[in-house]
Design a binder for this molecule. Structure first.
Ligand SMILES: Cc1ncc(C[n+]2csc(CCOP(=O)(O)OP(=O)(O)O)c2C)c(N)n1
Ligand SMILES: [Mg+2]
Length: 345
């Protein structure tokens, strides 16, 4: 067994190996989800997080359990890292009653009140406004909780991005705006969409602190996020963190990604795989051996089989529940907690 008495980024060996395990778990979970999708077990959309594991593990490792996370539709990994049981996440993808959103949300609407995971939002940029509102609530209620809003490079062109950053800056809200710049929004390359090379000028435009980080380096991400979280908790207001990463698959599972070359993908996979990079670093510091990496891979493979089995064997939601938790009709907000005697159209 590798013996590491060297702490990296202030973390001991056990903590570092746990981060490695989390990255492998998120990767394998997504690979399994892709497999189940092709078997017809998962319907609707499916946006995988493969390639972005360091960005997620590093960011969420810097948060406290009571902190809020608001995310996009590429959120399976965020949910797992926020503490939601992966079995309940997979069951949600399968649309099963045991899913964390009772099987009614699916891949894009993973949610857990208990874990303070505020979605899973399918509307690009929705989480920016929602997260900012939660930040206001945290401040108003005088708590030490903060909010991390996770979004993609496509969301920064939404009006909600500017409205949110302006208010959060003005009121010094405890929010970290975490942009996972994976360089594409669906088929649109960032280089064709942004008039500027980074988000720095946009942050400056709203008087918001800005940090850029290599999103393939899990420890660099963690350190950046620790600083941003501290600023938020200390009443110094929001930070916009830009985490440069790459998604190894298409936008969603059905996207053949014709807008970029296979060479470009192969380059990122072979030279910038965040798991391989972290393994190299751990080995360099004698904190892990190849045998231990293999053992982690095997352990996670077993866990993921179990996760998928749970989802497969779970029951479908009862058809009678179809009208439960419907929040609105045409005339305004009506909370239907129970099935109405006469279903409305
Ligand atoms: C308001 C809105 N506009 C357009 C869409 C369609 N849409 C879904 S994902 C997406 C791209 C977003 O890309 P990015 O923010 O970079 O996130 P990524 O998918 O790369 O994680 C678009 C345009 C949407 N869901 N919502
Ligand atoms: Mg993107």
């Amino acid at each position: 067994m590798a013996i590491g008495n060297i702490a990296l980024a202030g973390l001991d060996q056990e903590q570092l190996l746990h981060m490695h395990y989390q990255m492998v778990l998120v990767r394998r979970f997504e690979e399994k989800a892709a497999e189940e999708y092709t078997l017809g077990k998962i319907g609707g959309f499916l946006h995988l997080y493969i390639g972005q594991e360091a960005s997620g593990v590093g960011a969420l490792s810097a948060l406290r359990p009571g902190d809020y996370v608001a995310s996009s539709y590429r959120e399976h990994g965020h949910a797992i890292l926020k503490g939601v049981d992966p079995k309940l996440v997979m069951a949600e993808l399968f649309g099963k009653a045991t899913g964390c959103s009772k099987g009614r949300g699916g891949s894009m609407h993973i949610y857990s009140d208990e874990h303070r995971l505020i979605g899973g939002q399918a509307i690009v940029g929705a989480q920016l406004a929602i997260g900012t509102g939660i930040g206001f609530a945290c401040q108003y209620q005088n708590t030490s909780d903060i909010v991390t809003v996770m979004f993609g490079d496509g969301a920064v062109d939404e009006g909600a991005f500017h409205e949110s950053l302006n208010l959060a800056s003005l009121w010094k809200l405890p929010v970290v705006y975490y942009c996972e710049n994976n360089q594409y929004s669906m088929g649109m390359a960032v280089t064709k969409a942004w008039a500027v090379a980074s988000l720095e000028p946009r942050a400056a435009g709203h008087g918001v602190a800005y940090e850029h980080v290599d999103g393939m380096d899990v420890l660099a991400v963690r350190e950046t996020m620790l600083r941003a979280a501290e600023r938020a908790r200390n009443g110094e207001g929001p930070t916009l963190v830009e985490s440069l990463t790459y998604r190894f698959r298409g936008h969603s599972i059905t996207d053949p990604a014709y807008y970029r070359t296979r060479d470009e993908e192969a380059h990122w996979r072979s030279t910038r795989d965040p798991i391989a990079l972290f393994e190299e670093k751990l080995k360099e510091h004698h904190l892990i051996t190849d045998e231990e990496i293999n053992a982690t891979n095997e352990r996670v493979d077993g866990e993921v089989e179990e996760i998928a089995r749970f989802a497969e064997e779970s029951p479908a939601p009862d058809a009678d529940e179809l009208y439960e938790d419907v929040l609105a009709d045409g005339s305004g907000a009506i909370a239907w907690r129970n099935k109405p005697s006469t279903p409305r159209d």
